[in-house]
Design a protein around this ligand. Structure first.
Ligand code: DOR
Ligand code: ZN
Length: 451
């Protein structure tokens, strides 16, 4: 038999429906065989995965990697190093950079930055604006993986378009068969309440929660589903934060709307109770971390599949930006790509979910939702060799100063985790090992282009 590049033997392979002891042969960046150790061809590199689980690399469809424009918070090098160490092999980057990714020109600029620096694969979101409908198809042709709609926005770089423009954009994306990711909050509610709260002198953390009341999300989730149903544009709800959305999501799915939904670790592991530990302003994120009663229903919805996908909304800021006062000046969001898998594996070890369920929400469901399956998101012959080896016995304590992001202000400081990615492989090449990134900047590919 002709030798291949790599054989990973002795591990337990995890798919959404099973765990099986099998070996994997990899050649030219692809999985070329799965079977018993005896069936494996000779290989130039051997990895002994005895005692480890072998998962498809995680696909995070919601990250903010900050370049161009905000390199003091994060660069594509540091962010993809953090992702690689965290077991994530593909990321989709959001368009709220400077310039925002609202034109072919801005998209081409961002792809060039990512191509130079990334050590994991990437997709780039185009932004849906009020005036860029003519750019949507050209952006797809230039390599955009999908589009982001800031339906809830206070950011002048990516303002919320009027509903008429949203419908027009959805018509275009329906024709292209592209799913649109939506930040589902109602902008007029955010603006009205924000101004009223500021005028009345509020500057405390609770005012942020009042501004971003559940109703702003519920309304926008429902409107997104209705616009999707009317136009035929597939949609994806970003960062679901409230249990009050769940009946509306279920109703949309029951009537056949092509809607997928994600949530993130901050809505599963944190609540307003964590304000005391972290300092109340530190918790600021949009949409907000809410009262404790939301976590359990969101977990249930994720495990049963009403919420399809686990993403991170990796949104790093400097610590001093997170500690600002009043609350309106505090930068919203947290880093997430390096800690997400560890947090979730800890819950696997506690019995809250199974490894196959984790693979479904973190690997196969995102690949299916965004048209990458079965090239990515699964361990199967012919798939890209994006693979993560997991040690379920590894115990660690999360510490901000050990994370690779520049904006490393994690809300999980001091969390004891059980289970960790110990080796991350992107297209057949190891890019991180035992907590250290070793990939070459430039190894990451744009997944919107078949490499
Ligand atoms: O909390 C957030 N942070 N929500 C967003 O929508 C944007 C993000 C960021 O870019 O910092
Ligand atoms: Zn985001």
């Amino acid at each position: 038999m002709k030798p291949v590049d790599l054989v990973i033997s002795g591990g337990r392979l995890v798919s959404p429906d099973a765990i099986a002891s099998q070996s994997i042969a990899v050649d030219a960046g692809k999985i070329v065989g799965i079977g018993t150790t005896e069936q494996m061809p000779p290989a130039r590199e051997q990895i002994d995965a005895n005692g480890l689980y072998v998962l498809p690399g995680a696909i995070d469809v919601h990250v903010h990697f900050r370049e161009p424009g905000f390199a003091h918070k994060e660069t594509w090098t540091t962010a993809t190093q953090a992702a690689a160490v965290g077991g994530i092999t593909t990321v989709f980057d959001m368009p709220n950079t400077n310039p925002p990714t609202s034109s072919v020109e801005a998209l081409v600029q961002k792809i060039a930055i990512a191509e130079r620096q990334a050590i994991v694969n990437f997709g780039i979101y185009g932004n849906i604006g009020e005036h860029n409908r003519d750019q949507l198809k050209p952006m797809v042709e230039a390599g955009a993986v999908s589009f982001k709609l800031y339906m809830g926005s206070e950011n002048p770089l990516v303002p919320c378009p009027p509903d008429g423009a949203i419908l027009d954009a959805f018509d275009v994306l329906a024709g292209l068969g592209i799913r649109c990711t939506v930040h589902a909050e109602n902008t007029p509610i955010l603006m009205w309440r924000g101004e009223r709260l500021i005028r009345s002198g509020r500057r405390d953390a609770a005012a942020h929660l009042e501004q971003h009341s559940d109703i702003a999300t519920i309304e926008a989730v429902s409107r997104t589903a209705i616009f999707s149903e009317w136009t035929g544009c597939k949609v994806h709800i970003a960062h679901e934060s409230t249990r009050h959305s769940l009946p509306h999501i279920r109703f949309a799915k029951q009537r056949g709307v092509d809607i997928t939904v994600e949530t993130c670790p901050q809505y599963l592991f944190l609540s307003t109770d964590d304000g005391a530990r972290l300092g109340p302003n530190f918790l600021r994120v949009k949409p907000p971390v809410r009262e404790p009663g939301h976590k359990e229903p969101l977990w249930q919805a994720l495990v049963e599949g009403t919420i399809d996908i686990l993403s991170t909304d990796h949104a790093p800021h400097l610590r001093e930006e997170k500690l600002r006062d009043p609350i309106w000046d505090c930068a919203p969001g947290f880093p997430g790509v390096e800690t997400s898998m560890r947090l979730m594996l800890t819950e696997v070890s506690r019995g809250r979910l199974t490894l196959p369920q984790y693979v479904r929400m973190a690997c196969s469901a995102p690949a299916k939702a965004f048209g990458l399956y079965p090239r990515k998101g699964t361990l199967a012959e012919g798939a890209d060799a994006d693979i993560v080896l997991v040690d379920m016995n590894k115990r660690e304590i999360i510490k901000a100063d050990r994370l690779h992001s520049i904006g490393n202000a994690t809300p999980y400081e001091g969390f004891e985790v059980t289970g960790a990615p110990v080796r991350t492989i992107v297209r057949g090449k190891t890019v991180a090992m035992n907590g250290q990134p070793i990939g070459e900047p430039g190894w990451g590919r744009n997944v919107a282009r078949v490499s």
